[in-house]
Write a protein that binds this ligand. Structure first.
Ligand code: GLV
Ligand code: MN
Ligand code: MN
Length: 419
C-alpha cells in the first residue's frame, strides 16, 4: 500500500460510536453514565463483551495475572514488539461512558479498520484493557499498568483490599480474570486515546490534544484519631473530635493546592467516619488526599505542608494523625517520537490540534516508564468527567481514532496488503 493510500485510510465512525454505546449499556446509570467499578460483576460483563469483540476481530486474547487483557493482531515480523493502543474499562462509581472505554474501543476500531482494508503491519498490533485504572475501589490507581511496568509488585497489587476487606486477588479470581499470561511483556510503542476531562480543547476550538506529559501525583491515606464520647454531656472544651480535626485538614488541603496555583491540585474525595453515629463525637476519621503538580519539587512542598498542617491540628485539636503515602508517580513527559507520530497523524487527518499536559493520571503514564508512549486527547463537553453527564461528540471521537490509526501505522512499520 502506498503512503498516500495509507493517509486516506479512515476508521468507521458509526461503528466506533455503536461499540461505545453498546458497552455503555453495561452498568448504565439514570443520567446517561456508567457504574462499572473495578472487579465487580459489571466490570466482568464489560470485559466479557470486549473480549467477544476482540475475538470476533480475529485478535488472540491473553490475560495477565493482574487481569490486564491484551488482544493481539499478528505482524509480518513476529520478532518485533507490538504497537499497542489501550486504556481501561472500569469506571468511577458515577462515571461517564467515554473515560477509558474510548481508548480501548478506539484501539479495537483501528484493528477492525485494518482488517476491512486487508492491511498487514510489520510489527504486531495489540489492544490493551488495563485493570483498575480508576483507583476508586482499590488503591493504587492505574493498578494494572503500574504492576505491568513494575512500579510496584504484583503481590502488593493483589493484596490490596476494598472497604469491605475483599482483596484484588480474590475479586480477580471471582470474576474469572486472574490470568496466567506473562506480566510486563515488551511494547514497541504505546498510544492511548482519551477524552481530555478538562476544558482546554473545547475552549480553544481544537479537535485534538497532542499530550506531551502528565502531572505528577502523590496520594495519602490520613487517619485522625480522637476519642468517642457522648454528644450531650461532653463539654465543648473537653472533646477530642476527629471529624472536626479532619474537616480542618480538608480546608488545609485546599489551601495547600491554592498556594501552588495555577497548576497545583488538592482533593479530599473519600472519608470514613467512625462510629458514624449522630450522637457520638467521632473518635476516628480516615480520608484520602490527592495532590497533583507539574513538578516533583511542588509535590514535595505539598506533602511537607500537609504534614505541618497535621502537626498543628494535632496540637490544637487534641487528636493524633497518621499520614501514609499510597500513590506516587513523578510528572511524566511522553516520548518525543511518539508525540511526533500523534502530531503527524493530526496533521495528516487535517485536524486542528494543541499541545497539552494531562491533569489526570492515565495508564500511559506507567507504560511510559517501560516503553515509548504518548496520548491523544479529544474534547469533552464543558470539560466534565468523573460524572455521569460526561459527553463527547461522535466527530471528535472519530477524529481521535483516526489520529490513533495513523500514529499506530507509522510505528508499526510499512504496511502491506494481504496477499
Ligand atoms: C484517574 O482517573 C485520575 O485520578 O487521574
Ligand atoms: Mn481514564
Ligand atoms: Mn477516570
Amino acid at each position: 500500500m502506498t503512503v498516500s493510500a495509507e493517509t486516506e485510510l479512515q476508521i468507521d465512525a458509526a461503528r466506533l460510536w455503536k461499540s461505545l454505546m453498546d458497552l455503555a449499556a453495561i452498568g448504565a446509570t439514570p443520567l446517561g453514565g456508567v457504574r462499572r467499578i473495578t472487579l465487580t460483576d459489571a466490570d466482568r460483563q464489560g470485559r466479557d463483551r470486549v473480549v467477544e469483540w476482540f475475538k470476533a476481530a480475529g485478535l488472540e486474547v491473553r490475560v495477565d495475572p493482574i487481569g490486564n487483557i491484551f488482544g493481539r493482531r499478528a505482524g509480518l515480523d513476529a520478532s518485533r514488539p507490538p504497537v499497542v493502543a489501550g486504556s481501561h474499562l472500569d469506571s468511577q462509581p458515577s462515571g461517564g461512558k467515554f473515560d477509558g472505554a474510548y481508548g480501548v474501543l478506539a484501539g479495537l476500531e483501528v484493528v477492525r479498520t485494518l482488517n476491512d482494508a486487508g492491511i498487514r503491519t510489520q510489527a504486531p498490533i495489540e489492544v490493551a484493557a488495563w485493570t483498575n485504572e480508576e483507583g476508586s475501589r482499590f488503591t493504587p490507581v492505574m493498578m494494572g499498568s503500574g504492576a505491568f511496568a513494575g512500579a510496584f509488585s504484583l503481590e502488593h497489587a493483589l493484596s490490596r483490599t476494598d472497604i469491605d476487606g475483599k482483596s484484588v486477588g480474590a475479586e480477580l479470581a471471582r470474576i474469572g480474570y486472574a490470568g496466567s499470561a506473562p506480566l510486563g511483556t515488551p511494547i514497541g510503542a504505546y498510544f492511548e486515546a482519551h477524552i481530555e476531562q478538562g476544558p482546554i480543547l473545547e475552549e480553544t476550538g481544537n479537535a485534538i490534544g497532542i499530550v506531551i506529559g502528565a502531572l505528577g501525583q502523590r496520594w495519602f491515606d490520613v487517619t485522625v484519631t480522637g476519642m468517642n464520647a457522648h454528644a450531650g454531656p461532653t463539654p465543648m472544651n473537653l472533646r477530642q473530635d476527629a471529624l472536626l480535626a479532619a474537616s480542618r485538614l480538608v480546608g488545609e488541603v485546599n489551601r495547600i493546592a491554592l498556594a501552588q496555583a495555577p497548576h497545583g491540585r488538592g482533593t479530599v474525595g473519600f472519608m470514613q467516619v467512625a462510629p458514624n453515629s449522630r450522637n457520638v463525637i467521632p473518635g476516628e476519621v480516615r480520608f484520602s488526599v490527592d495532590f497533583r503538580h507539574p513538578e516533583d519539587a511542588g509535590l514535595r512542598v505539598m506533602e511537607e505542608s500537609l504534614r505541618e498542617a497535621c502537626g498543628r491540628v494535632e496540637r490544637e485539636g487534641r487528636v493524633k494523625t497518621l499520614v501514609e503515602e499510597v500513590v506516587y508517580f513523578p510528572p511524566c513527559r511522553f516520548d518525543a517520537a511518539c508525540v511526533a507520530a500523534v502530531r503527524a497523524g493530526a496533521q495528516a487527518a487535517g485536524h486542528s490540534s494543541l499541545e497539552i499536559v494531562s491533569g489526570a493520571g492515565h495508564d500511559a503514564v506507567y507504560v511510559a516508564g517501560v516503553a515509548p508512549a504518548a496520548m491523544i486527547f479529544i474534547p469533552c463537553k464543558d470539560g466534565i468527567s468523573h460524572n455521569e453527564i460526561e459527553d463527547a461528540k461522535p466527530e471528535h471521537l472519530a477524529a481521535g481514532c483516526n489520529v490513533l490509526l495513523h500514529a499506530m501505522l507509522s510505528r508499526a512499520g510499512p504496511a502491506g496488503h494481504e496477499a
